[in-house]
Design a protein around this ligand. Structure first.
Ligand code: CA
Length: 152
């Protein structure tokens, strides 16, 4: 069973999403503050973390860096629609994906599954020889210096 740690300070979103994830067979743990997230990360040992960008006690980017410093658990960052610069910054800082709010449990779960497929295939690639000559995977099509398109 997939274990997801949800870090979300909005009580309604946190309760609703963890209930919905649980109904889909996920073992979910949920915390409201970044400070609690780091402790839960160690004891709950999730397969993935869903991290709200806007938390009351710490900046989401700082939380992400702390999560990264603790290990390689996939981290999905949830942002509001207009946070284009934040999304780029967070992906560059080590986020594995981002989710635009408002999001459904089905979407969160699908994105977690996609990230886990990627990370587990990376693990199996380490086990045997795989040739990926000249293959460049660039899911977001981001290029250094490319213009930032407004989202509306
Ligand atoms: Ca928030």
């Amino acid at each position: 069973m997939v274990r997801i740690l949800l870090v979300e300070d909005d009580d309604d979103i946190r309760a609703g999403l963890s209930r919905a994830l649980t109904q889909q067979g996920v073992v979910a743990a949920a915390v409201a503050r970044a400070g609690d997230a780091l402790g839960r990360l160690a004891e709950f040992a999730p397969d993935a973390v869903v991290l709200d960008l806007g938390l009351p006690d710490l900046d989401g980017g700082d939380v992400l860096m702390m999560i990264r410093s603790l290990g390689t658990v996939p981290a999905l960052v949830a942002t509001a629609r207009d946070d284009e610069r934040d999304i780029v910054r967070l992906l560059d800082a080590g986020a594995d994906d981002h989710i635009v709010k408002p999001y459904s449990a089905a979407q969160v779960l699908a994105r977690v599954r996609a990230v886990l497929r990627r990370t587990s295939s990376e693990a199996s690639e380490e086990a045997g020889p795989v040739t990926l000559a000249d293959l460049v995977i660039d899911p977001l099509g981001r290029r250094p210096g490319s213009p930032t398109m407004p989202s509306r």
